[in-house]
Design a protein around this ligand. Sequence first.
Ligand SMILES: [Zn+2]
Length: 285
Amino acid sequence: MKKIVGILGLSLFFSCVSGTDPMPNEFSFDYKIHTSLPSTWESEFYTIVGNLNEKIKIEPRDYSYQMSVYAWKSTASKPYQSQIGDASGASVSGNQNERYMVLEIPASEFDFAQLHRYSVIPHEYFHVYQMSLSKNFYDGNIELKWISEGGAATIESMYIQQYYGVNYIKDAQNQVNIAAINNPKIFEKYNDSQNEDPNYSSSVFMVLALAKELQKLNHTEEDAFKMIFKDFWLPNPTNGNWKNNFEEVFGISVENFYQSLSNYSSDINSVLPSETILIEDIFTN
Ligand SMILES: [Zn+2]
């Protein structure tokens, strides 16, 4: 306790000198959960975010240490328009000044009790985590869809497996396009693969295949995913240099990895991770 007061005092002193807000010790979210959402969703939301904060800790950065989360049910017509304009769907979006998380939950997901109404939370949370690892990702200087979206969508499924006991990869991310094995480059850009990546199935396939290739190089499964989810982002890659970064972190060139995909069939079942893998074991170190 004493130590915390000391750190606080120091940062306050620093703020007097510099005239800027002190960076807090913890990343924080500011939740705006609209009344259109059922209270059961709201309480599950806080449970999920609590679990994620514990297992995938987002460190505060000088460029990003707090974020607002705007959540509502799609039947409410844009209740946060004055704050986020016409933003809809689910994303981490923003403007020059800030980023915010948008969670517009489709009414149909409640009607049909679809797990996506919950899985979207770890997905978007994970993008905030990626932003905390890489300022270039935060700034939009790297696209690389299959690693960024494939990573978020894989975490989404791992969360559902761990907490709901459902294999969401098999159930919802199984529409892998043949391009994932014979033309994987198109998954680097959103615009090049709009029709080949339903629910990011192909991007998830590539992430899971990379984890398999890393295990062939004697990394454990947990380590393989940690390398993809975390280590890849830490050197702060850009659209211009990510291929070097990829080879340094994974010990495989992008070209060789893309080649290796032709050894797989474009079937998500050929690359499934173990159902017992725990998120906390991936992010422990
Ligand atoms: Zn995403």
